[in-house]
Design a protein around this ligand. Structure first.
Ligand code: ZN
Ligand code: ZN
Length: 145
């Protein structure tokens, strides 16, 4: 599964004339393997196990690149990064975030919230993206397991 995603990303880079460098590949693989979002610091720690000389800018540059290609998402409320699990990259991003175990589920709204669209129309604002982060308790945490 994760191999395919990495291969897909590699193809995407080739098509865009970008290089899927080793740090980019490793950071993306780490995010794919993680069951939750990881902060840049956590990524750096893991990257350094594989590449001892890795510095923070290496991670930030890789993250910036992966965000640009829409392969990953940034979770603003926890300042962390999550591999996109959708097939169509570049979709609207909605996340259900568990406050207890930290699990993040990516869900997809087909369109912007009607209320938001209404407000944008009133303000003559052209919306391009709406990121929703919903915090709460996942099903497992509700069961107290
Ligand atoms: Zn996504
Ligand atoms: Zn939970």
């Amino acid at each position: 599964m994760s191999l395919t995603k990495v291969q897909q990303a590699e193809q995407m880079c080739e098509q865009l004339g970008e290089r899927f460098t080793e740090p980019r590949r490793i950071v993306y693989s780490l995010l794919l393997q993680a069951n939750s979002a990881l902060t840049a610091y956590q990524l750096l720690e893991q990257l350094q196990k594989l590449k001892p000389g890795a510095k923070p800018p290496t991670v930030y540059r890789a993250l910036e690149f992966l965000l640009k290609l829409k392969l990953i998402h940034r979770i603003d409320s926890s300042n962390a990064y999550l591999a996109c699990n959708a097939e169509n990259h570049g979709h609207q991003a909605q996340f259900l975030i568990c406050n207890q175990c930290g699990q993040i589920k990516e869900v997809e709204l087909k369109q912007l919230e009607p209320e938001i669209l209404k407000v944008c129309a009133e303000q003559k604002f052209k919306p391009e993206q709406q990121i929703i982060e919903v915090r709460g308790l996942c099903f497992q945490c509700q069961q107290g397991t």
